[in-house]
Design a protein around this ligand. Structure first.
Ligand SMILES: NCc1[nH]cc(CCC(=O)O)c1CC(=O)O
Length: 311
């Protein structure tokens, strides 16, 4: 029997996500067999440099995409938030799984919340989006870079005596770490990254068989939300390392997308929203980008580019 090869990064979280895809597909297609193949991506190898400084598109996806194009694997499982907004020619997103909670969580060993963190407390995050939104709310905080996968960051927090770090709720839940005390940051303070909490399956654009197979795990409302968010980010074109956040929520035919563009220091935070039909997600994302650009988002993003996004 033919074996379908599923590619994934080899972090614990990535493997969990790939296993979830494989188990879900195996349930839907009991006659098929799947094999997991893991890859180390550039983003996994360069661990001592802040992501914003590497500034490379597809840092966590490229090796998988090459394997997909070469036929070494038949599908690649990604965190949608790590996927560049434009895919290489010949590849496409075949399915987006049901979204896990998209929020960010402030983890603090001493049980602090964003409100109760001591003045000038050191908080770890390498994400420009998280830094800007935290600094907007708490300009006194000392925001320090922290890289590595989720368990590594938790260990670094303890070792380096950080008062807190910020992580995606989805990652903690999937790694079964949600017993760790944390404060879910409200969307009014911290909008998540585009695609956060959603798992995507990338396939070859001409592979109709895989398209049919992976369709079994596609969650249409999540896919619409993620497509809207990605269109928003694509229109603003920053790539993944810019202080941009977005969250679309879908209820039947109705969609709301909120978006945010911030300066690196968090002094300026522009937010807006668009309500639209679920059937036209990309138009909604583009319209939201247009609204923010009309209010000066372009100037903010130009500044981010000039500063090399290394704050
Ligand atoms: N940047 C790494 C990354 N990519 C996806 C997740 C979490 C899972 C998800 O958003 O689907 C994480 C960890 C984090 O940001 O805390």
């Amino acid at each position: 029997m033919r074996e379908i090869k599923v590619g994934s990064r080899d972090s614990e979280l990535a493997r969990w996500q790939a296993r979830w895809v494989i188990e879900s597909l195996a349930k839907a297609w009991p006659d098929l067999t799947f094999r997991l193949i893991t890859f180390k991506t550039k983003g996994d190898k360069i661990l001592d440099v802040a992501l914003a400084r590497i500034g490379d598109k597809g840092l966590f996806t490229k090796e998988l995409e090459v394997a997909l194009m070469d036929g070494v694997i038949d599908m690649a499982v990604h965190s949608m938030k790590d996927m560049p907004t434009s895919l290489p020619k010949g590849l496409k997103i075949g399915a987006v799984g049901r979204r896990e909670e998209p929020a960010d969580v402030l983890i603090s060993p001493a049980g602090y919340t964003l409100n109760t963190l001591p003045i000038k407390a050191r908080v770890g995050t390498s994400s420009l989006r998280r830094k800007a939104q935290l600094a907007h709310f708490r300009p006194d905080l000392e925001l320090v870079d922290i890289r590595g996968n989720v368990p590594t960051r938790l260990a670094k927090m303890e070792r380096e005596g950080l008062a807190a770090i910020v992580l995606a709720a989805a990652g903690l839940k999937r790694l079964n770490l949600n017993r760790i005390h944390g404060e879910t940051l409200p969307y009014s303070i911290c909008l998540p990254a585009v695609g956060q909490g959603a798992i995507g399956v990338e396939i070859r654009a001409d592979d109709e068989e895989m398209a049919r197979i992976v369709a079994a795990i596609n969650h249409a409302p999540t896919a619409a939300a993620v497509y809207a968010e990605r269109a928003f980010l694509r229109s603003l074109e920053g790539g993944c390392q810019v202080p941009i956040g977005a969250l679309a929520t879908v209820e039947g035919e109705a969609m709301i997308i909120q978006g945010m563009v911030a300066s690196l220091d968090g002094r300026r935070v522009l937010r807006d929203f668009v309500s639209a039909a679920t059937s036209a997600p990309e138009a909604a994302g583009r319209e939201l980008a247009r609204k923010l650009l009309d209010r000066g988002a372009g100037t903010i993003l130009e500044e981010v580019k000039l500063k090399g996004g290394n704050a």
